[in-house]
Design a binder for this molecule. Sequence first.
Ligand SMILES: C[S@@+](CC[C@H](N)C(=O)[O-])C[C@H]1O[C@@H](n2cnc3c(N)ncnc32)[C@H](O)[C@@H]1O
Length: 274
Amino acid sequence: MKLRLPLAAGPGKLATGQPATGQPAQDRLFGTVEAWQGDRPWGHLLDAGTGSHSLRWVLGLSTERWTAVTGADWMERTVRQELGHRMRPVDRVVTGNWSDPGFLAGQVFDTVLADYLLGAIDGFAPYFQGRLFARLRPHVGGRLYAIGLEPYPDQAADEATAVILDIARLRDACILLAGHRCYREYPRAWVEQSLRDAGFVVEQAVSVPIVYGRRFVDGQLDVCLQKLPLFADPRLAQATRDRVEALRAQAHAVHDRLGGLRVGSDWVVAARPG
Ligand SMILES: C[S@@+](CC[C@H](N)C(=O)[O-])C[C@H]1O[C@@H](n2cnc3c(N)ncnc32)[C@H](O)[C@@H]1O
């Protein structure tokens, strides 16, 4: 399973952890990108919102070179520690912010990956989401691949969705009570429109159903535990801890009975400059 670590959370702030998908689904997301890319060369690839998961995938591709961007110093340190030994002299990990107009100015990449970047933007550049693809547009020489999570529904129509919604709400409540910012996810239709508005031609798009596993459940609920010391009210923190463990037991039971938690989907969109 992929645990997306949010921005608002460096080691100094306690990692938040955010919507994550099951490992098989993740493999399907990058597998989809590879299938769409076909035998086109990857060239110089930009991982526009990097992390260990996407960079590990990038390292397996036949790129000429790659540049990986993060908004967080701690993320740069993490990927360097984990994967630095696999970097070539031409590869780069860079900390910067897409809201800075001068960041990577004039640099064009053959392939740009925006993997779980859109949802994480709120932690680094609040309200910038609507401008993200226009900001990336001059950097895309060939193709842009965007990957993200379809927002959860407000109401649950089945037991699996109910338990995932309970987890997501508790996680976000803990993040807010710790004084941090939550991720904000966007629907595939919004992404496609935003790409067109930014001057891209959307070439392919697909929704990939998610099956959450126990690791997802534990990862998200552990985010809650990490936030508790930052609560202003220790009694609320203790009550929340009790709720976290009750929800963990309930979610494990539902997961085991149903053989996984089939809830929602990720989207993958391929676009080229128009
Ligand atoms: C969910 S995390 C990591 C996703 C990553 N693809 C992975 O392997 O899981 C999102 C990444 O986007 C970066 N990011 C978010 N907003 C950003 C911004 N405004 N400028 C630059 N990087 C940003 C974060 O710092 C982080 O590296």
